[in-house]
Design a protein around this ligand. Structure first.
Ligand SMILES: O=C(O)CCC(=O)C(=O)O
Ligand SMILES: [Fe+2]
Length: 393
């Protein structure tokens, strides 16, 4: 397996359809999952034109006049979709020196205010309770107008659809690496086969296809006066099951923290590859056997090149609980972290502990909490002070 650093593996996904190479690929994936929690994939099947049709538009999108970007502000959206200006978000109490557009699978609103009022009057909720506040996260995008950015919506949609398919295909490989039947996790994605029967601890609940989230990111070169170089501070991804990150061009900056030594190593752009990593829910569901590896971005210096990137966060059903997700993960996998800890590899865990708090066991609860905490102004406008205070805990 090719390695650009001592530690981040590069997997060639074309090996999945090569009978002579498949088992080697699964072996590499096993090691990438359990040893590093970060990997690159090449020959992933997403056409170059699907990628470039979207990535070519990013400089123009971010160069739109300020008033056009402001018209797409997240404040307009109870779904936390839209534009956030430069350095509006913070990580670890420090400003992130980037601007961003949050987009998602284009879906209609399902949140049901009328039902919420009915429920308050103790009337019977429908089978799926759309009066729960977290359903309000689900809803449509704010699109730039066709006249300011022609072809954007089409290019975005093509990219989204290709990444969704890639993510589902990759999840099938993970199932193989976990030695569980291919398709076990299809249930999460509304793709379940009609003859699916839970055979272990899995839930028999059905779910709506989830909403995937994507960020379009721009890290401009810092000014000579900026005191900080934090593009985005050290974090674990909290938006989804898996992340597929496309780094555009050549600008470096992404760094990954090795789980055991805590050392930071660079994860530079590799042409036509995606970086894959795992979200908090994956770490919680595998009881830490697969880590949500910590990473950060160093902003380009004053003479550096602007950095653009697109993470795709594969969604999970909002009404699914972490406990239910755990029911799909084989005991042999969940035991791995415990065994490593018994053998002295401490690596104590912080944020997965959040999932042990029953208040956030439903994924919608932890998602709403995350969005409200990172965009309090949007939270206050659409959800009100009491809700913001509740999730601030
Ligand atoms: O811009 C990047 O390369 C990484 C961004 C990232 O980690 C995130 O937004 O979660
Ligand atoms: Fe991230």
């Amino acid at each position: 397996m090719a390695k650009i650093t001592p530690s981040i593996p590069i997997l060639d996904l074309s090996w999945a359809s090569n009978p002579d190479k498949k088992s080697k690929l699964l072996e590499q994936l096993h090691s990438a999952l359990f040893d590093v929690g970060f990997l690159y994939i090449t020959n992933h099947g997403v056409p170059e034109s699907t990628i470039s049709n979207l990535t070519d538009q990013l400089p123009t999108l971010f160069d739109l006049p300020q008033n056009e970007k402001a018209a797409l502000n997240k404040l307009n959206s109870p779904h936390f979709l839209g534009y956030s200006g430069f350095a509006e978000e913070t990580t670890l109490g420090e400003q992130d020196l980037r601007e961003q557009f949050d987009f998602a699978t284009e879906l209609p609103v399902v949140y049901d205010v009328a039902n919420q009022i009915n429920n308050l009057k103790n009337e019977t909720p429908s089978e799926r309770d759309f009066s729960k506040l977290y359903w309000r996260l689900r809803g449509p995008n704010q699109w730039p107008s066709e006249s300011s950015l022609s072809g954007f919506r089409e290019a975005f949609t093509e990219y989204h659809d290709a990444l969704e398919q890639l993510s589902y295909r990759f999840v099938h490989l993970i199932e193989e690496a976990f030695h569980i039947p291919i398709g076990t996790f299809d249930h999460f994605f509304g793709q379940q086969q009609p003859d699916f029967k839970p055979h272990g601890n899995e839930t028999s609940k059905t779910f709506l296809p989830p909403q995937h989230r994507l960020k379009l990111l721009h890290y401009p070169p810092s000014t000579t006066t900026s005191a900080s170089n934090q593009g985005v501070g050290a974090h674990k991804d909290s938006s989804g099951w898996l992340t597929f990150l496309y780094q555009i061009g050549h600008a470096p900056g992404l760094q990954v923290q090795l789980p055991n030594t805590g050392a930071w190593i660079p994860a530079p752009p590799i042409r036509n590859s995606f970086v894959v990593n795992f979200g908090n829910a994956f770490e919680a569901a595998t009881e830490g056997a697969v880590r949500a590896t910590v990473h950060r971005v160093i902003a380009p210096g004053p003479s550096g090149e602007a950095r653009y990137s697109i993470p795709f966060f594969q969604g999970l059903p909002l009404d699914m609980t972490v406990r239910e997700v755990r029911g799909y993960i084989p005991e042999e996998v969940r035991a791995l972290r415990r065994q490593a800890q018994d053998a002295g590899d401490g690596g104590g865990d912080d944020r997965a502990a959040m999932f042990l708090d029953q208040r956030w066991d439903e994924l919608g609860e932890s998602q709403l909490r995350k969005w409200i905490r990172s965009h309090e102004d949007v939270g206050l406008k659409w959800y009100g002070r009491d809700v913001v205070d509740y999730y601030a805990q």
